[in-house]
Design a protein around this ligand. Structure first.
Ligand SMILES: NC(=O)c1ccc[n+]([C@@H]2O[C@H](COP(=O)([O-])OP(=O)(O)OC[C@H]3O[C@@H](n4cnc5c(N)ncnc54)[C@H](OP(=O)(O)O)[C@@H]3O)[C@@H](O)[C@H]2O)c1
Length: 353
């Protein structure tokens, strides 16, 4: 086959879908038709992609007729039901939800780290990693290729848009309630002002830090923490990697941040690590504390790379590095990585491969 493949964006109206349409308008125009799909609630709405208004279709079996590749950005239960239906109709599905990430017959792909994995997809589905994993894995993959990763200790500082539109709306609503106040000085004053409606979060998120992301798993771990552990192991091909993660929600709209303690096989030097990160595709090393230069979400939002700063060798372990990384959770953390995977697969159609 040597033609422009047809693409479907399923979940085109959501937080991730919206960014995906922007990215499709910015990237090389490799697609033939682009079909936009969402729930029946959105059917008939018009959204702009590649400079044209395209009508949103309600999800049904028929919307996959003639589609080659579909990017899914829908809740996990919708992906669980519909990705196999699309795949059974010959569509290659790139799914952004957690539904298939740990399925041994579904590759979990980061194009800068394991692009080869996308070619072997027994179920016709390729999974996109979780946004927190993606905020560090491109930098880690580059360091691992040189030094050999042995252990990972991670803390996250996650933006509210990781919980979709509902998360963004909740922070904005709460910020209005606390704006211009003296709140944050007495016990419970923020909670009383924000009220019981904490949206998708277990606690107020404005003027607060919430050490919980996801659902409860065994022994007090959260589902988000288990995702970072399981997915890092799968992407790096290190099934026994020691990983400890603590996930925390912060009052930031977009861009997840992480602190990383990474222990390697042998001694590492900061000088070599800097060289690796400065030349790794998809990474920007922004690290000059003397000049006040380190990444923050305020600067990383809306950009594609993983931003790395605060690079140091561990004081008590010459085999370990400490660093801070920021990645836009809606771009590289979701829409961009999914689009990059879809573009890899599109190459198979256009090259006849
Ligand atoms: N936000 C992030 O940082 C992030 C990062 C990585 C992965 N993800 C994953 O990406 C997926 C989408 O997340 P999001 O944050 O974009 O969520 P969102 O803002 O809530 O958007 C959900 C999308 O799914 C559509 N949808 C919901 N129910 C549907 C149904 N029954 N049939 C068809 N379409 C349906 C919605 O359409 P309507 O507008 O018509 O309701 C909307 O387009 C989730 O699985 C999420 O876990 C999110």
């Amino acid at each position: 086959m040597n033609r422009k493949p047809t693409l479907a964006v399923v979940g085109a109206t959501g937080a991730v879908g919206t960014v995906m349409l922007q990215i499709l308008s910015q990237h090389a125009d490799i697609w033939g038709e682009i079909r936009l799909v969402a729930s029946p609630r959105s059917a008939g709405r018009k959204l702009a992609v590649r400079g044209a208004e395209v009508e949103v279709l309600a999800l049904s079996e028929d919307v996959f007729d003639g589609v080659d590749v579909a990017m899914f950005d829908v809740p996990v239960d919708v992906a669980e039901q519909w990705a196999p239906i699309a795949a059974s109709r010959g569509v290659v599905v790139v799914d952004n939800s957690a539904a298939f990430r740990m399925d041994p017959d579904v590759p979990l792909v980061v194009p800068e780290v394991n692009p080869h994995a996308a070619r072997l997809r027994p179920r016709g589905i390729v999974a996109n990693p979780n946004c927190t994993t993606l905020s560090m894995i491109v930098a880690l993959g580059a360091l691992h290729a040189e030094f050999g990763l042995r252990e990972l200790i991670v803390s996250s500082y996650q933006a509210v848009s990781g919980a979709g539109k509902d998360g963004i709306d909740t922070l904005r609503r709460q910020l209005k309630l606390v704006a211009g106040s003296e709140l944050g000085t007495g016990p419970g004053d923020v909670r009383r002002t924000v009220g019981d409606d904490t949206g998708p979060f277990p606690e107020p998120v404005a003027l607060n830090v919430v050490p919980w992301v996801g659902a409860l798993r065994e022994d007090g771990w959260s589902s988000e923490e288990m995702k970072v552990r399981d997915e890092s192991r799968k992407i790096l091909g290190l099934p026994d990697l020691k990983v400890a993660v603590t996930c925390v929600r912060v009052p930031v709209v977009t861009t997840h941040s992480v602190t990383v303690h990474a222990r390697f096989e042998d001694e590492v030097t900061v000088a070599r690590a800097r060289e690796i990160l400065a030349t790794a595709p998809g990474v920007v090393l922004f690290d000059d504390p003397a000049a006040g230069e380190f990444p923050t979400p305020a600067d990383a939002t809306g950009t594609d790379p993983t931003w790395v700063g605060r690079l140091r060798r561990a004081l008590d372990d010459p085999t370990a590095l400490e660093f801070f990384a920021c990645g836009d959770n809606l771009r590289k953390g979701a829409a961009l990585n999914t689009t990059q995977i879809a573009e890899l697969i599109a190459g198979e159609f256009t090259s006849g491969g």
